[in-house]
Design a protein around this ligand. Structure first.
Ligand code: GDP
Length: 140
């Protein structure tokens, strides 16, 4: 097992529902450690740049509008196999298909408003962590 870092975002729907703490508890209860965290209102330009890989998709406009609809929490999680572990804890993109007990099964209402983002590969984690955090903002 390798110690990895991954980027998580608690999306505007989950912040509005007041479940930030419950989501953080799922991470901490599964041996993922928060090593950086901030609340942030994304600008349209930031949301478009963060999700640039999806810009040709039909849902891109809706995704960007949703991601700037309120503040988000951006955080870096560290732990053994953190990237895959976080993806497992999140559950499927569509909460209706998410395994019971996962974050999306518990807290998300729809594929458009699905509570959390998590990096899906090492390359994505490196890019996404650098998108939001300077090295000095991440605990060692
Ligand atoms: P993830 O890695 O599980 O978050 O899923 P993807 O990388 O495939 O998609 C990124 C995000 O785009 C998802 O978390 C959703 O918020 C959004 N998304 C994906 N598919 C759809 C869709 O069909 N409709 C809408 N409105 N949003 C979608």
């Amino acid at each position: 097992m390798s110690v990895e870092k991954t980027l998580s975002i608690i999306k505007p729907d989950a912040v509005r529902k007041n479940v930030i703490g419950q989501i953080l508890s799922k991470f901490e209860g599964n041996d993922l450690k928060v090593v950086a965290m901030k609340m942030k209102q994304l600008s349209q330009a930031e949301a478009e740049a963060f999700y640039a890989e999806h810009k040709e998709r039909g849902f891109f406009g809706d995704l960007v509008r949703f991601m700037i609809s309120g503040p988000v929490i951006v955080l870096v999680l560290a732990g053994n196999n953190a990237i895959l572990k976080n993806r497992e804890l999140m559950g499927a993109t569509d909460p209706k298909k998410a395994t019971p007990g996962t974050i999306r099964a518990d807290f998300a209402d729809s594929i458009d408003e699905n509570a959390v983002h998590g990096s899906d590969s090492e390359a994505a984690a490196t890019r996404e962590i650098a998108f939001f955090f300077d090295a000095a903002e991440i605990a060692h």
